[in-house]
Design a protein around this ligand. Structure first.
Ligand code: NAD
Ligand code: UD1
Length: 331
């Protein structure tokens, strides 16, 4: 299939491009490089032996998208492009709504003009807000997002559902990711945030490397087994495989929603312990105040994806830690 991958040089997009190329798809990437580097295109080529077509362009640029669709006869889109920093979204709501929502509206309009109706969308577990219970199933209520980033995902899910109601040629998958960590086994691609990381795993690997002195654990008084926050960490390669599984399944029109997680919740302290076991490196930490907007527990019931797509996450927490560390060391 000829697939346009928006945000394809980013963290999850690059791992997905590798798997698409490995199974023989033609991959065209559009990315404005606001949060990634062009060298990722060469890394993807090193891993797969195939070079994806790359356009440095913005999804807000209708003309650029139009040219790409005309030139490549795109048959499906996997849409990763978006801004994702929660804290930044609170201080820059207009930038987030414009980039994520207007950008997606532009993309959808160009898709429609070119009779391309197959879309896989990167959503997030954040759309569940504070869940009434865990594990979280796809039919749990959405809403109650606590920041503009999360709200863009919520609104876009709604917009995409409305789109299908208006035109039943659309085949749309809303993939709600839990917490992707780890990197490709080659160590050529991975999560490499600029500046001080906001997310747990890149912070831990930088403490392990000595770039940062210690980890701050945000709260140890949550109602969880050890008081620290519990999350559903999933290896990014398993997450990427979920995109392949859903593409294989999208033969009919409709809107489908899937949780992509492991179904197991680990606490921050569990992750630190797993990292220490996997690498032999001690992670110094201190207990800090809770981070505003955090919830106690968030993990998935991924059984719908297993039942309907035949997809299940395979890798253990220790494997995730080892691969994240190998990537940090190599970079
Ligand atoms: P990322 O920042 O590594 O990748 C996103 C890519 O999109 C970047 O390469 C960036 O340069 C590009 N981009 C942003 N705005 C663009 C625009 N207007 N035009 C063209 N390119 C643009 O992030 P990621 O972790 O790979 O996340 C991919 C998607 O998955 C995002 O939509 C994110 O919100 C969503 N998501 C991520 C997580 C996570 O934990 N990483 C969790 C849930 C959902
Ligand atoms: C965060 C975002 C979420 C987004 C996801 C992926 C918030 C509130 N949520 O999820 O919307 O989809 O990232 O980008 O930001 N922790 C520490 N110390 C740290 C960093 C994190 O203790 O230095 C803890 C957190 O309190 C949390 C857990 O580790 O309990 C995971 O945090 P993080 O990796 O930031 O992911 P989420 O908060 O789950």
């Amino acid at each position: 299939m000829r697939i346009l991958v928006t945000g394809g040089t980013g963290y999850i997009g690059s791992h997905t491009c590798v798997q698409l190329l490995e199974r023989g798809d033609e991959v065209v990437i559009v990315d404005n490089l606001s949060n990634s580097k062009e060298i990722v295109v060469s890394s993807i080529e090193k891993i797969t032996g195939k070079r994806p077509v790359f356009y440095r362009a913005d999804i807000l640029d209708r003309e650029a998208l139009d040219t790409i669709f005309t030139t490549h006869g795109i048959e499906a889109v996997i849409h990763f492009a978006g801004l994702k920093a929660v804290g930044e979204s609170v201080s820059k709501p207009l930038e987030y709504y414009h980039n994520n929502i207007t950008g997606t509206l532009t993309l959808l309009d160009v898709m429609r003009e070119h009779n391309c109706f197959k879309l896989v969308f990167s959503s997030s577990a954040t759309v569940y807000g504070t869940p009434a219970s865990v594990p979280i199933r796809e039919d749990f209520p959405t809403g109650g997002t606590t920041n503009p980033y999360g709200t863009t995902k919520l609104y876009l899910e709604r917009i995409l559902s409305d789109l299908f109601v208006s035109d039943d040629r659309w085949s749309i998958a809303l993939l709600r990711y839990f917490n992707p960590i780890g990197a490709h086994e080659s160590c050529l691609i991975g999560d490499n945030p600029n500046g001080i990381p906001n997310n747990l795993m890149p912070y831990v690997t930088r403490v392990a490397k000595g770039t940062l002195p210690q980890l701050s654990i945000y709260g140890n008084d949550y109602p969880t087994h050890d008081g620290t926050g519990v999350r559903d960490f999933i290896h990014v390669e398993d997450l990427a495989a979920g995109h392949i599984a859903v593409l294989n399944h999208m033969t009919d029109a409709g809107v489908r929603v899937y949780n992509l997680g492991t179904g197991v919740g680990y606490s921050v302290l569990d992750l630190v312990a797993a990292f220490e076991r996997a690498t032999g490196i001690k992670i110094p930490y201190r207990i800090a105040d809770r981070r505003p907007g955090d919830i106690a527990e968030c993990w998935s019931d991924p059984s719908k994806a297993e039942r309907e797509l035949g997809w299940k996450a395979q890798r253990t927490l220790e494997e995730m830690c080892r691969s994240a560390w190998n990537f940090e060391k190599a970079n």
